[in-house]
Design a protein around this ligand. Structure first.
Ligand code: MG
Length: 231
């Protein structure tokens, strides 16, 4: 079946999430040291503990597990500190994070090229607000046709409902969609389970049977070879 839509994961696919998070987190460590009197190691430990508690509390199926305001609130509660610091921590984190958000090389040009032949969208795990802000900062909101967040559908990848919502917005069947992302478990297996084709974006070797690219610039040629585009 001919490919008619290309859907991208956002974090660590269209930009380097790990680098942006680490930059924001280090700034937050400075805040925690000054305001809360915590060492960087202690702050990292409580942050990781609360992140796991956020997942355990909800069963991990809700976009709220990524909500930083809730995470900072829970950190302050766990430390016995006033929750009045939570908005300041959230603002600081996101200001630094968004400033550090830059698109991977060539991504805007690739999306523009793909849009001439395909419907192009984003399918992402996270609350809509900051995923929109990231796309806005990356300069990519104007070169995508649609957006699906896990908050919007009430299900996290690899749940098939998120992929089905992507196909519905693309106006195609799942078989006519290809999903591109950096996670084998969330993006590749989730998409395949929903009936889509999948491409792993990674600089590491792919598991057997998984199509891999090292750069989004490889996509237009690869998709033509997979039977996509105007024929
Ligand atoms: Mg990702």
């Amino acid at each position: 079946m001919r490919l008619r839509a290309v859907i991208f994961d956002l974090d660590n696919t269209l930009y380097d999430y790990d680098a942006a998070h680490e930059t924001a987190f280090r700034t937050l460590c400075g805040y925690a040291e000054t305001i809360l009197g915590l060492s960087q190691a202690d702050f990292r430990a409580v942050y990781d503990g609360v992140m796991n508690e956020q997942i355990a509390r909800t069963g991990g199926e809700y976009a709220a597990i990524h909500n930083r305001m809730i995470r900072f609130q829970m950190i302050l509660e766990r430390l016995g500190k006033p929750i009045l610091y939570a908005p300041e921590m959230s603002d600081l984190y996101w200001t630094v994070f968004l400033a550090a958000c830059t698109p991977v090389a060539g991504v805007r040009e690739t999306l523009e090229t793909l849009r001439a032949s395909y419907r192009v969208g984003v399918g992402t795990n996270m609350t809509a607000d900051y995923q929109f802000r990231k796309l806005q900062k990356l300069g990519l909101l104007s070169v995508i046709d649609f957006m699906v967040s896990s908050e919007e559908v009430g299900a996290e990848k690899p749940e098939r409902r998120l992929f089905e919502a992507c196909a519905a917005k693309a106006g195609c069947t799942p078989e006519e969609c290809v999903f591109v992302g950096d996670s084998v478990a969330h993006d590749v297996r989730g998409a395949e389970n929903a009936g889509m084709r999948a491409v792993l974006l990674s600089s590491n070797p792919a598991p057997e049977g998984v199509t891999r690219i090292a750069s989004v610039a490889e996509l237009p040629g690869l998709l033509r070879a997979m039977g996509g585009g105007a024929g």
